[in-house]
Design a protein around this ligand. Structure first.
Ligand code: CU
Length: 483
């Protein structure tokens, strides 16, 4: 085991510790995850690549949380201290993106643990039965270590973290009030990422480019443009943009619509039918795709039509676009699933909360001296940019300068986007969100926020940042303290 005093974060601060024993409720589930190296084939024609994976898997194992059942997850850092590949560093912090957890369990970027060390994360998954938790659906977990998040995620450290509850039960045969959404093998998480490879088929990364990494090969669940065999019935697809800097605009090659049921952490109040949708880094869009009525043997592609040649912002939508995933219709299967008219009612939304707003704050995402800043300042653990009061709604305005798009992520928060450049946002952006894209091709954004910490005994600091992970690493991150 490494001497904890030997292990420093990239910024020179001391990395964290071995977790002390802690008391948890008797119904807590325990999970153990070893973060370790693996050899991974992105494609049968490419050589195995040396990656890092949670439990040695790409993507990491999918967690399933149930509202009311806490989880304690011990992450053990089994990565080598010295690594010839030089993408990422074996200094880890794990953030459950979209989750509500105490500050010490949130993957705060300086709360790191090194080779030979472990850290325990307690996820309360509470309060059971309350509406906010009952909308939580598709979250994910990924590395969040100070200054090296982009490289560590690129090296393989991300996975899905799904939530079920008394309504979204995970079993399509459950009668109402269960929602009856497609379940089991018909409920599939799909993480989309981009990569670059050298002439020998090895993944490469330019750690000197701080503007945002763009790859020219596209992965779904760690494989280059793979296929998935599907039955002629409905599927629930949980799409996650796990890319560092690339935006996508997704459509189906057969012209069929998506029925959007969730954005980011939460299910929508009502399903929305769309022919295409845009998804930025860190965002999730959950859809129902119905393969009923397709021909056996038919091949349908999930297509990205958004070009992006520069990490500054996405370009224009093109046709026919790039196929990311091929669905091969190969069988029939019974379908008990339903798409209810109402998924999760919004009882604490803009209508209820706006009259209570007294505080508004503005955050400008910009550039300074080759780094990335919020309101002109780099991330500094000793500076708190906002001190929202627990349970008190506020309006936060996000702006971006210089023609850059920034996917902004708030921890500990489900927010509502109130306006973009003063106009109501498109329908797909009116649900609860934990990401909001700001700047070129999106405009400014005003959001309604409300922070709670029912699970925690006291106040604490949480991060908010750009989710273009290179911008985040080059200090486009602030922190707020809920008081
Ligand atoms: Cu950014």
């Amino acid at each position: 085991m490494a001497d904890p005093g030997d292990c420093l974060n990239v910024d020179g601060s001391r990395a964290f510790h071995v977790s002390p024993p802690r008391e948890v409720p008797p119904n807590t589930e325990f999970h153990l995850v070893h973060v370790r190296p693996l050899m991974h084939r992105f494609h049968p024609a490419l050589p195995p690549n040396p990656l890092w994976g949670y439990n040695g898997q790409i993507p990491g194992p999918t967690f399933v949380a149930r509202s009311g059942t806490p989880q304690l997850v011990r992450f053990v850092n089994d990565l080598p201290e010295l690594d010839p590949v030089q993408i990422g560093l074996p200094i880890l912090a794990v953030h459950r993106h979209g989750g509500f957890q105490a500050p010490e369990d949130d993957g705060y970027p300086l709360d790191t643990f090194c080779t030979g060390q472990s850290r325990d994360y307690y996820f309360p998954n509470s309060p059971a039965g309350q509406l906010r938790q009952n909308c939580h659906s598709t979250n994910w977990y990924h590395d969040h270590a100070i200054d090296i998040t982009a490289q560590n995620v690129y090296r393989g450290l991300s996975g899905f973290y799904l939530h079920f509850n008394a309504f979204d039960t995970g079993n399509e045969t459950d009668p109402a009030p269960a929602l009856g959404l497609p379940s089991g093998q018909y409920d599939v998480g799909l993480v989309i990422q981009d990569r670059q490879f050298d002439a020998n088929g090895f993944s490469v990364y330019d750690s000197f480019d701080h503007n945002g990494f763009l790859g020219d090969k596209f992965l779904v669940n760690g494989l280059i443009q793979p296929f998935m065999q599907v039955a002629r019935r409905k599927y629930r697809l949980r799409l996650l943009n796990g890319s560092n800097a690339r935006f996508y605009d997704l459509t189906l090659s057969n012209g069929r619509p998506f029925v959007v049921i969730g954005t980011d952490s939460c299910l929508l109040e009502r399903p929305i039918q769309v022919s295409n949708f845009r998804i930025g880094p860190g965002e999730r869009v959950e859809v129902i795709v119905d393969f009923t009525g397709t021909a056996l043997g038919e091949r349908i592609h999930l297509v990205n039509r958004l070009e992006q040649t520069n990490s500054r912002k996405p370009d224009s939508v093109v046709s026919p676009g790039t196929p990311l995933l091929q669905f091969r219709v190969n069988r029939d299967a019974r379908d008990f699933s339903r798409i209810p008219d109402v998924l999760v009612p919004v009882t604490q939304g803009p209508r209820e909360l706006l009259p209570q707003v007294q505080i508004q704050r503005t955050f400008k995402f910009g550039r300074s001296n080759g780094g990335w800043v919020i309101n002109g300042e780099f991330f500094d653990e000793n500076r708190i940019q906002a001190d929202p009061r627990r349970g008190t709604p506020e309006i936060w305005h996000f702006e971006s300068g210089g023609g850059w798009t920034h996917p902004v992520h708030l921890h500990l928060c489900d927010m509502f986007i109130l306006a973009r450049d003063g106009q109501r946002p498109p329908l797909i952006e009116r649900g609860r969100k934990d990401m909001v894209n700001v700047g070129a091709s999106y405009g400014s954004a005003s959001v309604l926020v409300k922070f709670d910490y029912e699970f925690s005994e006291g106040p604490g600091r949480y991060a908010f940042h750009c989710h273009t992970t290179e911008h985040e690493d080059h200090r486009m991150m602030g922190q707020f303290e809920v008081i």
